[in-house]
Design a binder for this molecule. Sequence first.
Ligand SMILES: CC(C)NC(=O)[C@H](Cc1c[nH]c2ccccc12)NC(=O)[C@H](CCCC/N=C(/NCCC(=O)O)S[C@H]1O[C@H](COP(=O)(O)OP(=O)(O)OC[C@H]2O[C@@H](n3cnc4c(N)ncnc43)[C@H](O)[C@@H]2O)[C@@H](O)[C@H]1O)NC(=O)OCc1ccccc1
Ligand SMILES: [Zn+2]
Length: 288
Amino acid sequence: MEAFQEILKRSKNIVAIAGAGLSAGSGIPTFRGAGGLWRKYDAISLATPEAFRSDPSLVWQFYHYRRTIAGQKSPNAAHYALASLSIPSVLKRVAPNAESFTLVTQNIDGLSTRAFREVAQRHSLSERDIDNLTRDTIIEMHGRLFDVLCTDSSCGHREHNTTNPICPALAGTEEITERHHEIDEWPAIAPLDLPRCPKCDALARPGVVWFGEGIQRTYTIDSVVEKADLALVVGTSSTVYPASGYQSIVAESGGNVAVFNIDDDTISSGRHLSFIGKCEDILPTALF
Ligand SMILES: CC(C)NC(=O)[C@H](Cc1c[nH]c2ccccc12)NC(=O)[C@H](CCCC/N=C(/NCCC(=O)O)S[C@H]1O[C@H](COP(=O)(O)OP(=O)(O)OC[C@H]2O[C@@H](n3cnc4c(N)ncnc43)[C@H](O)[C@@H]2O)[C@@H](O)[C@H]1O)NC(=O)OCc1ccccc1
Ligand SMILES: [Zn+2]
């Protein structure tokens, strides 16, 4: 812990790279862990553009199920700890030489943004400062569960919509999704009864990044990772690219990497510090 505190004191540009383990403490299932989503549901037939093209009803039931879960959960101590680093005065206290902190999260649940909004309001930041700091310090690289995107690229309307169910036809399907992992037991909903674009009435899709699709804000992330001299790797199995490659870029440029994970098999070589345990228990202590 001392070594980490020393590094924190020296660090100038800090990046946190987060995954499902960050939200596990809030009761959101991870992907690969016990009871993980990819253990129960087949990622390729539910989280790819091809899957959506061939059967939007199935994919919308999967994301309706996850919207229902995420809508019932709240940020945990790890979300708040990272969110606090987005407040310039707090960052200065924790890392006196730091010029920047950026959270790059693979999570689409929106809990980090919610945590930051709460912390920022407690620090009586203006709404405009909150919006600017959210944009500048929190990057949801795989999109947002509560964003809805028009599938007609000439329209391209995107909006944040937390209504649940987002359309009548999805009401109650979360029970079936929960009980029956075999997708052939899920009801077939006609595309006209699925979420439609409020602008052009084309079929709408969840505003998330699927496998085979380009990530959000890739150039911003690359410049953040290139200048980082400390990476906090929080609750990720580092199995999905390009997120899994960022920590080695920081290590290769002589930066430090501190890993926070309940198990130590995600620790790879390089200049690493590892904190094994629940990030919601360890991160607040390590940072404050
Ligand atoms: C499976 C993998 C090998 N495949 C890929 O990486 C692919 C393909 C690929 C591309 N390049 C490659 C190079 C090599 C190999 C493969 C590829 N990558 C892509 O397709 C990417 C995009 C991938 C994004 C997919 N979308 C997600 N999510 C949104 C949707 C949704 O959520 O439904 S990925 C999704 O899965 C990943 C899950 O990983 P984790 O979050 O780490 O979760 P996991 O359960 O695995 O681990 C949890 C960890 O937490 C720990 N933990 C648990 N509890 C706690 C706790 N309490 N405290 C601390 N730790 C804890 C556990 O021990 C564990 O270590 C996350 O990224 C998550 O967002 N796109 C792309 O490359 O496009 C090209 C392109 C480029 C330009 C232009 C056009 C196209
Ligand atoms: Zn549209």
